[in-house]
Ligand binder design. Structure first.
Ligand code: SF4
Length: 243
């Protein structure tokens, strides 16, 4: 029933050879992702920028430095987490990802997620949040409120780059990373073993936000799928494509 997980190295090789969308023509190199392959926390950003495209690593440069500071607020080091993006190649001029690019590229993110099997997915900004939660509700509404997608706890946060242009976002970002640290602490596995998420309805559950009405309304296709018979109050991650 369950598909075997694909080793990360195999997914990386597939990404490196990928030419499924026109972004392949403009890239210096792909940016697969980086970090602990057994991380409790998978961080999902948007797409590589100029520095990431040059170095092949996500979140380098000013946004990466700030992300490291934010992780520290949550009690995390960069090597504790795995960081990936929705798109693996840089859009020209750092423009927004296009729907067709997201559709073509996100099978790689799905397989990364299945293989890493994190407890928490932290979505940074609108594109990763909308993709993971299958919602049209924006990050301004959702940030800092714990959600669920399938078996994963999903915690949306503004993209750190947003705070570099809009200082008013810094307080929200720092508060949300502090909350993430509390959620991680509250669901800490008793023996420190990776992957234990049995107490997900304890403190984390108490912090679980009700799903915004707009998200439920925009998700009619999921209800029609019937892929999950669980409460329609919960956002969905297309379970059949993830497992
Ligand atoms: S952005 Fe994704 S789908 Fe497009 S070429 Fe790069 S790896 Fe392939």
């Amino acid at each position: 029933m369950h598909k075997p997980h694909i080793p990360l190295d195999e997914i990386r090789a597939a990404v490196e050879g990928c030419r499924k969308c026109p972004l392949a023509d403009g890239r210096t190199q792909t940016v697969f992702g980086d970090g602990n392959p057994q991380a409790r926390v998978l961080i999902v950003g948007e797409a590589p920028g100029k520095n990431e495209d040059l170095q092949g690593i996500p979140f380098v440069g000013a946004a990466g430095k700030y992300l490291n500071e934010l992780l520290a607020i949550a009690g995390l080091r960069r090597e504790d987490v795995f960081i990936a993006n929705v798109l693996k190649c840089r859009p020209p001029g750092n423009r927004d990802p296009r729907p067709e690019e997201i559709e073509l590229c996100t099978p790689y993110l799905r397989e990364q997620t299945r293989t890493i099997d994190p407890e928490f997915i932290v979505t940074l900004g609108n594109f990763s949040t909308k993709f993971i939660l299958k919602t049209e509700v924006g990050i301004t509404r959702l940030h800092g409120k714990l959600q669920k997608a399938g078996k994963f706890k999903v915690f949306p946060i503004f993209h750190p780059a947003a705070a570099l242009y809009d200082g008013s976002k810094r307080v929200a970002l720092e508060n949300d990373f502090a909350t993430l640290g509390e959620l991680l602490h509250a669901s800490q596995p008793a023996d420190g073993a990776a992957g234990a998420a049995a107490s997900g309805q304890s403190a984390a559950g108490a912090a679980m936000a009700d799903r915004p009405a707009e998200a439920a309304a925009s998700d009619g296709r999921s209800a029609a799928d019937g892929a999950q018979s669980a409460s329609s109050q919960e956002p969905r991650y297309e379970q059949e494509s993830l497992l």
